[in-house]
Structure formats: structure tokens, C-alpha cells
Design a protein around this ligand. Sequence first.
Ligand SMILES: [Zn+2]
Ligand SMILES: [Zn+2]
Ligand SMILES: [Zn+2]
Length: 504
Amino acid sequence: MEGKCTVDAELSDQISALLESPSPNQGLGFSDESEPPCLKQEYFEELLKSRKCVGLKVKPESDLGKGLYADVEFGEGVLVLKDQMLVGAQHSSNKVDCLVCSYCFRFIGSVELQIGRKIYLQELGLSSTDECPSSPMDGLQDSSNGDHDNLGTCSSSDLKERIPLPKEIVASLMNGQLALPYSEQFALPSLVPCPGSCGEAYYCSKLCAGTDWDQSHSLLCTGEGSRAICREALMKFVEHANETNDIFLLAAKAIAFTILRYQKLKVYGLQDQRQDEHARRNGKSSLLGWAWCTVSMAKFWSRLSMCGLLTTWWWECVALPEDVDCCDEVSFRKQIRDLASMSLQLLKEAIYDKECAPLFSLDIYGHIIGMFELNNLDLVVASPVEDYFLYIDDLPPDDKETAERITRPILDALGDDYLVCCQGSAFFPLQSCMNHSCQPNAKAFKRDEDRDGQATIIALRTILKGEEITVSYIDENLPLEDRRTQLADYGFECRCAKCKEEDQ
Ligand SMILES: [Zn+2]
Ligand SMILES: [Zn+2]
Ligand SMILES: [Zn+2]
């Protein structure tokens, strides 16, 4: 693919307006134009309010760019923040192992269904743990910057030989006829199918189904009720993303989110006085800027801004995989760019909207993916199947023996990877405001009650009022040199107390 695509050339003014740092004029459209910093402040205050966060403040101007600060004292072990994702997606390879709500990522159905479905798909040879993909782009899968394990795909090797279960047993696990001992203690929400009947998205509740539909799925659904302009192209887009890099699925969600928001603003939004004023001054085209601001705000006040990487395309910021030689860097980056261009072409055929044309430029697409590349955080939800088997293992000897007569063959059929958890990537707008320290005072940690895809941040020690809340982006116990190498992928050099001291 040569040169810029036509959208980029024709709409270059609008595209650069969307990529500019949001100003009061084109961002949220506040009538007070004099003080841009208030805009950021107001955006984050809204965000904190929507997350029901108390005792936190985002200060856009700290030494490191923006930062998250404590406005009250947090005791050790206390929950500091629960952050809902802006967009998130389960890794394609993980879908065989775990059936989760497509919106909140909670496990759904029943322990029996989770187990039966996994064994059934395993037998069909679909399990992610059965085959290691080998296309040249697979190295990029799951490989945002930092210390990502290559979870789920090639890491877990089957040490134990699996002993297959009779087909009828697998079927009765899936259709609910067979109830495993004590499984009622691990009850899960029942499946709510996608209202567009794609048969691919399932939810834990009508609320999740409706919210996802309104936010992005109505455009990205491959079912009959879909609002996509070409479902066939959409299926090709999804297939391409599954085969190459599922970061494209996240980017598509961000674009669909913006289009649907734009359409809603056009119909209902003008009643709001602020928006009214905004529209009067800037005309209809700026509605797109408004719709886009949720994504662009995240972009501009995320780690990118502190790295000075405001205008970085994915193909430029992606870390060079270890198996790619430095001299092949140019062709590697071109290959990545072509891949993005291919993906965008498919997405355009599937959900193009003339009024939102700039969103379908390679420029914008590359920026969205670049933002995810640098800011993405792992999405992990513990599996109730693992909890279930641990519970059986902990039973008093007599009860355990009785229960294991039924559960033992099931464990044998699952093999060693029964404990695979739900894995994906997601963008968390508030968590992405937290700066790094090699001596962090907080960390991402899921407590027993945290059963969905929200990010939870816990205080590692007492955090005083006014103190900045920091997490470590990497393994902070590594030697200084290794930490520096890993943090270079995030585009900065750490100057925390620990680094300064070790540098002496
Ligand atoms: Zn849900
Ligand atoms: Zn659907
Ligand atoms: Zn440091």
C-alpha cells in the first residue's frame, strides 16, 4: 500500500483538528475559552464522579505530566480506585477457555457449562493451548509494551495426558443436566444472548447487553440485527484481527463508540445548553470532535503526553520484537503499517459513516492503536472453575472422596490447564493516569469479590493526603539496568528515589 489513503488526503484539515490537543473550542465545548487547564480538570472530575471515586484528584500538571493524587489518607490494603474500562476485549485465543460477559467480563452460565464447553472445544481441536500459532505477526499479539506474559497461547504446556470424557457426559455438562457436587456455591449469572443474534456475544445481564449494544456492539455485531453496512466485510475484519492482532478489535470498538456517540449527540444532544452554544459557534462538524473527545481526552492525558509522543502512530511506537533484527526495522514497521491499512480497509467496508469520515483515516486509526499499544493494561478475571476445584480439594476427607469420584475424571479430561483465567486487554482511563515508580505505593490487585473486568487499585502502604499515587509498570525488583531497558519501551527514564539512589 503506497502513500496516504484517499480519506487522509481529502480530509486532512478535519483529521489534524481531531488530532490536535483538545481546546475548549473543539473538545468539550465549554463557553469559557480562557482557561484550557480547567477543561482537563473538569473532564477528570466527571470521570472520577462517574466511577464513584472519592478521595482522589487528577492533577494534569505534575513533574511527569498528569498524575493521580490522594485527597484523603488511604490505609494499607485499602481500595484506592475501581476503574471501568473505556474499551476492552477478551483475547481471541482465550475465548475457547472462558465464557464471559462481553461487556463486563464476568464469567457466565455455570461451572458445568464452563467446563463442558472447554472440553467440547478442546476435543474439536480449537483450544488455544493445543496449537502454537506461527505466523510472523503472532509475536505482536498480546505484546503491548512491558512485561506481558504470553498468557494462554504457548505458555502452558500439557504435561499430563488428557483422558477424554464420554460425549454424553460433556453434553450433559453443557446442557445443565449434570450438576457437579457443591457447584451451587459457585453460581454464575445466566447467559443473556446478544440482541442482534450474532451468537457470539453473551452477557451477564440485560443491562450489560443493552449498554454494550448502545456503546459499540450494534455496529460491530455480525448478527441479523446488526447496524453494520456490510456484515460480510465485518466478519472478514474480525477474522483478520483474530489472525493478526486483536488490538484491531479494540480500535474498532473505539471508532464504533465515537460514531454512535456522534449519532446520539446529533439527535438528542443539542438540548444541552453548553452543547447548544458549542454547536452555534462551531457548526455541526464539531459534533464529531465532541463525540471523539472521550477517546481523545484519554489519548492526550494518558502516558503519551508525558512521553512527548502526542503524534505517534502505532507502527512507529510498537516495540521491535526480540526476534526481529535491527536492520530489518524499516521493513518491519512498513509491514505493520500495511497490516493496519488492510484492517482499516475491511472496517471501512463494514461500518463506514460519511459524516464521521475522518475516523476512517489511516492517520487516526494509527493513533488510536498507538494509544492502546502504549497504555493498554491487561484484563484479567479469575476463573470460578479454578476456585471450584480448590474448594473440592479442601473438603473434609470423606466428603472429598465422594465428590472426587465425579470430579476426578473431569479434571483428567481438562488436563493441566483447567485454571486458565479470562485474559484480554483494555483501556482504563483513570488507571492510565497513574505514574510509574519503582517504589510504588499502590498496585493493581483483584480481591476475592472483584469478579469482573474493572481495574482495582489497592494501597501497598499508608498513602497520605496530597501524596501522588504510583504503581509500577514493570517488575520493580529487577536490577536498575533491566528496569531502564523495560521502561524505555514506555518512552521515559525513571527518576524515582530508588532509581536515583541506585544510580549513585
Ligand atoms: Zn456483564
Ligand atoms: Zn451481536
Ligand atoms: Zn525508578
